[in-house]
Design a protein around this ligand. Sequence first.
Ligand SMILES: *[C@@H]1O[C@H](CO)[C@@H](O)[C@H](O)[C@H]1NC(C)=O
Ligand SMILES: *[C@@H]1O[C@H](CO)[C@@H](O)[C@H](O)[C@H]1NC(C)=O
Ligand SMILES: *[C@@H]1O[C@H](CO)[C@@H](O)[C@H](O)[C@H]1NC(C)=O
Length: 250
Amino acid sequence: MKMRHLMALAAAVLATVSFLLSGVSGFDFYKLSLTWPPSACNIGRECIPYIPGMFTVHGLWPQYANDTPVPPYAQDPTCTTITPTDPSQIPAQLQPIEDRLHENWPSFYPDRTGTRDDPTFWRHEWEYHGMCSDYPNDTLGYFTETLNLAQNNNPLTVMGIQPSDTTLHEVKTILDAVKNKSKVYPQIVCNTLPRVTTLQLVEFRFCFKRAKPPSVLQDCPKKLAGDCKNETDEIRFPPAPPISSIKDEL
Ligand SMILES: *[C@@H]1O[C@H](CO)[C@@H](O)[C@H](O)[C@H]1NC(C)=O
Ligand SMILES: *[C@@H]1O[C@H](CO)[C@@H](O)[C@H](O)[C@H]1NC(C)=O
Ligand SMILES: *[C@@H]1O[C@H](CO)[C@@H](O)[C@H](O)[C@H]1NC(C)=O
């Protein structure tokens, strides 16, 4: 009992010291969230016409050890002692890597006028996750490191499965394949294909030890999220719609 209190105190002191040194609060790890566009776009929500068959970036999220996200700066500005870059600066700050961002960090959901709007997505991620990261005043660094992490950690090379319209996979099989290949458990997020109510993989998340830049993988604290509740759940991993079918729709 006493030992536990002592350890808790030591952890609190350590968190405070690191806060004072880094200017950023005591979160525990980063979660790199990658989207599988075919699953995000086949459930009835309006998407942009071109759905790539590759994982794209959703975001890089500072998380506490219990897997809750650090609240956005607007809700709790005590997360950093550094004045973070204002979200209005996002388009100007990201101009040097704009092409790379459009390709790897697209927004699939068009705005009210039906237009693809990637910068609003990037701005949202900055407001909700970037401002309280270890990069509060280095927007370019935060987005560049996130792109690098996504480039160096492709779920397709460790999942042991290929996209298919028909095959179902037990979630546990995928988790174990990733554990075998990358030595860590990811988090798998599912959504549900309407009508047939089949579960499908919509996001794949890698967890990284907190570092600047993050690079060392660790087990994700929670292996399942979204509609997947049990490792015995059977899920699909659908292929991208063929380009020709998109042309037909246009
Ligand atoms: C961020 O803020 C710190 C502390 O105020 C400062 O030392 C550093 O130069 C700033 N970095 C950038 C990229 O502005
Ligand atoms: C993972 O590796 C273990 C031990 O090498 C093996 O028994 C198991 O079948 C592997 N699982 C997967 C899903 O590849
Ligand atoms: C997962 O499903 C299996 C088989 O259907 C069941 O035995 C087990 O209790 C379930 N686990 C949880 C955590 O719900």
